[in-house]
Design a protein around this ligand. Structure first.
Ligand SMILES: O=C[C@H](O)COP(=O)(O)O
Length: 255
C-alpha cells in the first residue's frame, strides 16, 4: 500500500488571556510583517487573540494569508444565552478557526466532551474550522503505560467530536497533554509521536482533512523531534515573542 500523503503543515498561536489590547494588536502587526516570508507557500498560520480584539486583528491580517481564530464558541447561533459568543458572529467578525475544549476550559469551566462536540458541530455548521484540544490529565511515570493511558483518555474526546462534525468538514486536533501545558518543557517526543500516531487512526477514512498538532510548552526546537506524528504545532507562551514564532515557522516550514 502506498504511504498516505500528509496534509499541509500548520502552526498556530493562542494569546490566551496574557495580553492587553495594545499588546495584542502590536503582536498581530508583527505577525503581518512575517507574511512576506516564504513560509506561506509551505504551511498555514493562525493567531488566536481574545474575543475583544478578534475583529480588529482580522482587519489587520486581512491582506495576509494568516488566519484569525477565536478561543471558544457557543453551540447555538442566536438566542437568550447571555455572555456567550455565537459561531455565526465569529465567522462574520473574520474568524476562520475556533479553538474548542482547551484544557483550561475543561478544568476551570467544567466543559464536557458533550459540550465540546456540540461546539465543534456548530463551528463546522458556520464554516469555521474546529480546533479541538484533547489530552490526558495525568502523566504516568512508566513510559509504556503512559501511552496507553493517554490514548484511552483521549479516544472519547476525539470520537465524540468526529461524530458531531460532518464527515467532509475540516477538523484540527491539538494533542495537548494537560500536564505539559504551562510547563518548562514539552512532553517527551516519543510519547507525543506514539500517542498522535494512534489518534490519527481514529480519523482515518474521513473525507475531510484532519490535521493533528502538538501543544504544551512547544517552541523553537520542538517540531523536528515529533514531526513523525504531527502536522504542526499549537503554541502558547513560547511564541508570544514574535522572533520565536518566526523560528518555529521556519522549522515547521522546513526553511
Ligand atoms: O494554547 C496553547 C497551549 O495550551 C500551550 O500553551 P503553552 O505553550 O503556554 O504551554
Amino acid at each position: 500500500m502506498p504511504p498516505l500523503s500528509r496534509p499541509r503543515r500548520i502552526v498556530g498561536v493562542s494569546l490566551k488571556m496574557y495580553f492587553d489590547v495594545q499588546s495584542t494588536l502590536s503582536y498581530v502587526r508583527g505577525v503581518l510583517q512575517l507574511d512576506g516570508d516564504a513560509w506561506n507557500a509551505r504551511l498555514d498560520l493562525f493567531v488566536i487573540p481574545d474575543f475583544v480584539t478578534l475583529m480588529e486583528s482580522a482587519r489587520i491580517l486581512e491582506p495576509s494569508s494568516v488566519w484569525v481564530g477565536a478561543q471558544d464558541t457557543f453551540w447555538e447561533d442566536k438566542g437568550a444565552y447571555t455572555g456567550e459568543v455565537s459561531p455565526l458572529v465569529l465567522r462574520q467578525a473574520g474568524a476562520r478557526i475556533v479553538e474548542i475544549g482547551h484544557a483550561e476550559r475543561r478544568a476551570t469551566f467544567g466543559e464536557t466532551d458533550e459540550w465540546v462536540a456540540k461546539k465543534a458541530g456548530a463551528a463546522a455548521r458556520n464554516g469555521l474550522i474546529p480546533l479541538v484540544c484533547i489530552g490526558e490529565r495525568t502523566h504516568h511515570s512508566v513510559a509504556s503505560a503512559a501511552v496507553g493511558a493517554a490514548i484511552q483518555e483521549c479516544k472519547p474526546q476525539v470520537t465524540s467530536v468526529l461524530a458531531a462534525v460532518p464527515d467532509d468538514a475540516e477538523v484540527i486536533l491539538a494533542y495537548e497533554p494537560v500536564w505539559a501545558i504551562g510547563a518548562a518543557e514539552p512532553a517527551d517526543a516519543d510519547h507525543v509521536v506514539n500517542v498522535t500516531k494512534e489518534l490519527r487512526k481514529l480519523a482515518a477514512g474521513r473525507a475531510g482533512v484532519t490535521r493533528v498538532l502538538y501543544g504544551g510548552s512547544a517552541g523553537p526546537g520542538t517540531f523536528a523531534k515529533i514531526a513523525e506524528g504531527v502536522d504542526g504545532l499549537f503554541l502558547g507562551r513560547f511564541a508570544h515573542d514574535i522572533h520565536n514564532l518566526k523560528k518555529v515557522i521556519q522549522e515547521v516550514g522546513g526553511a
